[in-house]
Design a protein around this ligand. Structure first.
Ligand code: G1P
Length: 293
């Protein structure tokens, strides 16, 4: 069984839900306190043992490329003004991994974005992380949990969590047979079903370990929901040929792809950090009092 070294991170989306903030800058660069969302995602992958990060990117995403590159002018200016502590902080970002950028020339769906990475991934299993979901687990990073399941079973693994029934239309939903605590052997998958059609409330939350076989399947997957090439549809076809596992990811999950989830993530992270937690708790308590009156 080959070791998982590569992660594909699709970042070509427009970020419509955050307009006007995303008119000229990528949604992935929006900060949670002072760190862009995309850096949390890359850190999760690196903490799990990933060495190569493959971004599937698009127009107007240059800020992401710059963020993971060296910034010699900035480093020089920081050194000159005695702010050495920031020099390491910004340099470490670029040294975390090898970064590769692929342009997705047109946006034809998540499945299409993954297919764009075929020639860089090659004949190896690989991880996929979507930037809309942050998973906080200090000791056992989200994608690493799936990599452990892959190491044991050697097949595709999808990261899942339970969602309220009325929210199934937002996710790929899987149904399967539990074989171990939190691990299922999947019977069926469906992309964004209405609650009454959902086979379960087990939702895919933007973390996958895939095998290179998925590329061949994506090429023959018909367009699905929204006229897009859906990864979930390709996985449903793969399921006809071989077993697929799901793993309930342990950790605190934030859906930063919508406004309320994003605001909540900022509050939660600010409450976890030594430098912000006391002040932010005070603000929250004051506000709660104000609102309660
Ligand atoms: C994508 C996938 C969906 C998955 C979701 C997780 O949808 O198509 O199966 O549950 O990510 O975030 P999107 O949210 O990009 O529309």
């Amino acid at each position: 069984m080959k070791k998982i070294r590569k992660a594909v991170i699709p970042v070509a989306g427009f970020g419509t839900r955050f307009l006007p903030a995303t008119k000229a800058s990528p949604k992935e660069m929006m900060p949670i306190v002072d760190k862009p969302i995309i850096q949390y995602i890359v850190e999760e992958a690196v903490a799990s043992g990933i060495e190569d990060i493959i971004f599937v990117t698009g127009r107007h995403k240059r800020a992401i490329t710059d963020h993971f590159d060296y910034a010699p002018e900035l480093e020089y200016a920081l050194k000159k003004s005695g702010k050495e502590e920031y020099v390491n902080l910004i340099r470490e970002i670029s040294d975390m991994a090898n970064f590769v950028y692929i342009r997705q020339k047109e946006q034809l769906g998540l499945g299409h974005a993954i297919l764009m990475a075929e020639h860089v991934v090659g004949d190896e299993p690989f991880a996929v992380l979507l930037g809309d979901e942050l998973i906080y687990n200090e000791t056992n990073p989200g994608i690493g949990q799936l990599m452990e399941v892959y190491a044991k079973y050697g097949k595709t693994v999808l990261g899942t969590t339970e969602v309220p029934k009325e929210e199934t239309y937002k996710y790929g939903i899987v149904e399967g047979k539990p074989i171990e605590e939190g691990i299922r052997l999947i019977n069926s998958l469906v992309e964004k079903p209405e609650p009454e059609e959902a086979p379960s409330t087990s939702a895919i939350i933007g973390r996958y370990v895939l095998t290179p076989k998925i590329f061949k399947i994506l090429k023959r997957t018909p367009l699905g929901k929204g006229g897009e090439l859906q990864l979930t549809d390709a996985l449903a076809l793969l399921r006809e040929e071989e077993v697929i596992y799901s793993k309930d990811i342990e950790g605190i999950r934030h859906d930063t792809g919508n406004k309320i989830g994003y605001i909540k993530a900022i509050i939660d992270f600010a409450l976890l950090r030594e430098d912000t937690k006391d002040d932010v708790s005070k603000i929250i308590l004051e506000k709660a009092k104000e609102i309660g009156q």
